[in-house]
Ligand binder design. Structure first.
Ligand code: SF4
Length: 72
């Protein structure tokens, strides 16, 4: 089972913590400084790092959602 990342850009404070922590997955908008997702469905190899980034987000803007195989 893979997971999907969702970011709530309304909640994002543009702290850039997630982008610094995992730049392969999270990016920062040049327009408003808020988070952008590079990889909404990351591979299993970065799953633990993604969980770490979500846990560190100061505004709780990053949430993780399980994806069943049927969703693919
Ligand atoms: S860690 Fe959270 S608040 Fe900071 S840029 Fe990423 S999503 Fe936004």
């Amino acid at each position: 089972m893979s997971m999907e990342i969702r970011v709530d850009r309304e909640r994002c404070a543009g702290s850039s913590l997630c982008m610094s922590y995992l730049p392969a997955v999270f990016d920062q908008s040049d327009d408003d400084g808020k988070v952008l997702l590079r990889t909404p469905v990351p591979g299993a190899d970065v799953a633990e790092a993604v969980k770490g980034a979500a846990a560190r987000c100061p505004t709780g803007a990053i949430t993780l959602h399980a994806r069943d195989a049927q969703d693919a």
